[in-house]
Write a protein that binds this ligand. Structure first.
Ligand code: DC
Length: 220
């Protein structure tokens, strides 16, 4: 049986940074499930589908073939055969992913892919519902969070470092809106699994968080 680590938490908690580093240290595959929802949102946006039009999304999602490959340890997402990694990290696509992710038809398709990856390899998988729904039997479960102020500031620093102009208050408002949507949807809402360990990173450095997660993995 493969060894699976589940990391869930709200947007901007640092899940992907931490999961990538832990994957490298423990020789696990890093599975970024948010990227799968983002690829589906990209498909809808490119197809001109109104993200409020549930029937259209359900119909259209049958045409999206999303697959994952690993190139030099990096997850590459293919959408109908095209490598779309470069298009996934925008705010528009992230908000789109949050908007379409409540639909069971979308989730079923992507969860199937996640199950396959987790069964095939020792992995660390991050998302919103990994410990609660996707991998309820994961050997290690972590709920990674930080205050919305801290998460907004991290995002602001990231964008500013890239030379992008942005408004800290607007970023925080967007983060809080996304949290609300992800936590209050009917299917697979974001919540801490009963057997997950809560790690609040508000006052921790990246290295401290990595060390903490590795020690939790070692304990299993
Ligand atoms: O982690 P992220 O920001 O890349 O995720 C984008 C959106 O996708 C997130 O706001 C909600 C959705 N998502 C989800 O519903 N379930 C997951 N396992 C991962 C992401």
């Amino acid at each position: 049986m493969s060894y699976n680590v589940a990391i869930d938490g709200p947007a901007g908690a640092g899940k992907s940074t931490i999961a990538k580093a832990v994957a490298k240290k423990l020789n696990l595959i890093y599975v970024d499930t948010g990227a799968m929802y983002r690829a589906m949102a990209l498909f809808m946006l490119r197809s001109g589908v109104d993200l409020q039009d549930t029937d259209k999304i359900i119909e259209k999602c049958k045409e999206a073939d999303i697959t994952i490959r690993y190139e030099d340890g990096v997850q590459v997402v293919f959408l109908n055969g095209e490598n779309v990694n470069a298009f996934l990290r925008t705010e528009e696509v992230g908000n789109g992913a949050s908007a379409i992710s409540p639909l069971p038809e979308v989730r079923r398709k992507l969860v199937e892919l996640q199950h396959k990856l987790a069964a095939e390899s020792d992995c660390i998988m991050d998302g919103r519902d990994i410990g609660t729904c996707v991998l309820p039997n994961a050997q290690t479960k972590i709920y990674l969070t930080a205050s919305s102020e801290v998460r907004a500031k991290r995002r602001y620093d990231e964008l500013t470092a890239k030379g992008e102009k942005c408004d800290l208050r607007k970023i925080q408002a967007d983060i809080e809106e996304r949290d609300y949507r992800d936590m209050h949807r009917e299917i697979s809402p974001l919540k801490q699994a009963e057997d997950a360990v809560l790690v609040d990173t508000s006052d921790m450095s990246v290295d401290e968080v990595i060390e903490k997660i590795i020690s939790l993995c070692m304990k299993r």
